[in-house]
Design a protein around this ligand. Structure first.
Ligand code: AMP
Length: 134
């Protein structure tokens, strides 16, 4: 069965998209640890990060780096933290989390945003990402 992220990639369910390439997509985590919490996902569905072939792994990290740079320009923070878990969604994804303190990397700590706030944030990060690509 297709993962929820494959359904997002196929446009079957919506997301707050911040960046996309031929092989990768980044969108806001719907249940964020901190404002700007973003997931970076390879379009090809694989379960585990370290099962990716080296080209896909390096491509994912290169794309995640570009997204993180755009994210940090939009969401003021101490730094962007990185986490890879995959216990809930078995489709490789990199969590990018704007950190203000250690609690922001704690997955029991959550913040809530309205759909308008999610949309505005995604659009702003997307604009900064696209500007960095041109
Ligand atoms: P994990 O697999 O443990 O790394 O966690 C999966 C993450 O995906 C969690 O942080 C969820 O909040 C997030 N998530 C699950 N479904 C969606 C969705 N439809 N859109 C955005 N984020 C999601």
């Amino acid at each position: 069965m297709a993962s929820i992220f494959t359904k997002i990639i196929n446009g079957e369910i919506p997301c707050y998209k911040v960046a996309e390439s031929a092989d990768f997509i980044a969108f806001l985590d719907i249940n964020p640890n901190a404002k700007g919490h973003t997931l970076v996902v390879p379009k090809k569905e694989e379960n585990k990060l370290f099962e990716l072939d080296e080209t896909s792994y390096l491509g994912l990290m290169t794309f995640a780096r570009k997204v993180a740079i755009a994210l940090e320009k939009v969401v003021p923070c101490e730094r962007v933290g990185v986490s890879v878990i995959g216990l809930e969604v078995p489709h490789v994804h990199v969590h990018l989390i704007p950190l203000h303190s250690m609690k922001d990397i704690d997955f029991k700590h959550k913040v809530s945003l309205t759909s308008e706030e999610f949309s505005e944030l995604a659009n702003t990060i997307s604009e900064v990402f696209l500007a960095s690509e041109s």
